[in-house]
Design a protein around this ligand. Sequence first.
Ligand code: TYD
Length: 132
Amino acid sequence: MKGVKELSFPVIGDFRGNLIALEGNKDIPFDVKRVYYIFDNKQDVVRGKHAHYNLKQVIFCPSGQCDFMLDNGEEKKTITLSSPDKAIYIEGNVWREFTNFSKGCSVVVLASEHYDESDYIRNYDDFIKAVK
Ligand code: TYD
């Protein structure tokens, strides 16, 4: 899907359990400037509901699961995030919505830029105008 790639992280496992190490410009295809995570989300809420003009992000769910809807203006796709070693890389202008949060779900986002509200498109009609 244009603007979206699925990533698979190497898992370092031994008899104690598993570990994943993520390095900027290596496992993550950009220099990570910001990390945020969402957790304790109510099951019936929708989070996200925005796109970005320039931001690159890698998004994954290290515990629990949720549905992640992606829309690049041409195509829509819903992916269930449920694995600590599977991530979504968004590098284009893509509308996204998180739904169906399980108990104990947390979503980690690695971002290429510091927080900048002017990079957000929070209105769906404005998003469609921007991608067309
Ligand atoms: P919001 O964009 O609504 O979160 P989501 O996309 O997960 O639904 O952000 C909630 C609040 O947090 C909003 O007031 C902006 C603030 N915020 C920051 O201060 N820094 C950040 O890096 C992010 C992502 C949000």
